[in-house]
Design a protein. Structure first.
Length: 316
């Protein structure tokens, strides 16, 4: 398949898919619809723009129809503000409490990872796609894994980046990072931008530090497109209440690649190792100096992982 120049990559406007669930999903596509589809699933609190436009074009030039989208509670997709989540709910989910007779002390999430996977399937339905190569990062990796588990016929191949299986004993967070992420800030645009830039420095790739100007621009765009602090809390609760997928992953028959950074402080490398060990035949790529982000210097690593995993699926 001939590579395309960047200027030759078709790009749609930001469009909306109205799902039967009542959720509206904002999405954008790159490349030719006749090419194999790649669905890019972003992580906690991240809008689709965190899959950089130039990255999507690079992937499309490899012969893919690339789809990026805002998960519910991010960007321009539906916000479920009627479902309030407190920091106490997060604590209860982080330290699970038992059910004592009629009293259930366990934290209840407004929605879970499976619901976010249903949103992704709804988007594929809207686009008229029976299946896609699915790539997810962080929480997006959890969503992508869940998609492959519940509807394997619709996931042609799976790439899970800096994610984990849901088992509490792997993929843990550095306590200092967790305290930073839970720190309260003023609900203003500038406060969000400052915190986002600080977070990027804390969890980013030490060998590929983010450019401060680019980091600030991304934070500004993220806030202006519809950043929701309550949405972030709902995402966090979905992650904290997710099931352990290890056994279900062991039954997968989907070509899979797991990519994880050796310097990831938000999701320990053990999460990626456990995912790769669980999925039969999974390729495991550990990247020195990579933290919990997608630095431009490593884009070819991710693109190659997606393309090579798709080729393994095609060889079947």
């Amino acid at each position: 398949m001939a590579a395309r120049r960047s200027s030759d990559v078709p790009r749609s406007e930001e469009l909306f898919a109205s799902l039967p669930s009542g959720i509206d999903i904002c999405h954008q596509t790159f490349g030719e619809p006749s090419d194999p589809a790649v669905l890019l699933v972003m992580g906690l609190g991240g809008p689709m723009g965190w899959w950089d436009t130039a990255f999507c074009e690079r992937l499309a030039r490899r012969g893919f129809f690339v789809i990026r989208y805002d998960n519910r509670d991010t960007g321009r997709s539906t916000k479920l503000r009627q479902h309030r989540v407190s920091r106490q709910d997060l604590v209860r989910a982080f330290v699970p409490l038992p059910r004592l007779g009629p009293v259930d002390l366990r934290a209840k999430a407004p929605y879970g990872i499976a619901d976010l996977a249903d949103d992704a399937f709804g988007l594929l339905d809207h686009l008229g796609l029976e299946s896609a190569h699915v790539t997810g990062v962080s929480m997006g990796g959890m969503i992508a894994q869940t998609m492959a588990i519940v509807r394997p016929e619709r996931v042609t191949s799976l790439v899970s980046i800096m994610s984990t299986t849901g088992r509490r004993t792997v993929g843990w967070q550095d306590p200092r990072v967790l305290l930073h992420l839970l720190k309260r800030t003023e609900p203003t645009r500038e406060a969000y931008i400052e915190r986002a830039m600080a977070s990027a420095a804390v969890i980013g790739s030490p060998e590929h530090p983010a450019d401060p100007v680019a980091s600030r621009l991304r934070a500004e765009v993220t806030y202006d497109r519809g950043w929701s602090s309550s949405g972030v809390l709902r995402h966090m609760l979905a992650v904290l209440t997710q099931p352990d997928r290890t056994t279900a992953l062991s039954r997968l028959d989907v070509p899979t690649t797991v990519v994880h950074g050796l310097a990831d402080r938000l999701v320990h490398r053990s999460g990626g190792a456990a995912t790769a060990a669980a999925v039969p035949g999974a390729q495991h790529v550990e990247v020195p100096g990579m933290g919990h982000d997608l630095p431009e210097a490593l884009w070819d690593t991710y693109v190659d992982a997606i393309a090579d995993t798709a080729a393994r699926a095609d060889s079947r």
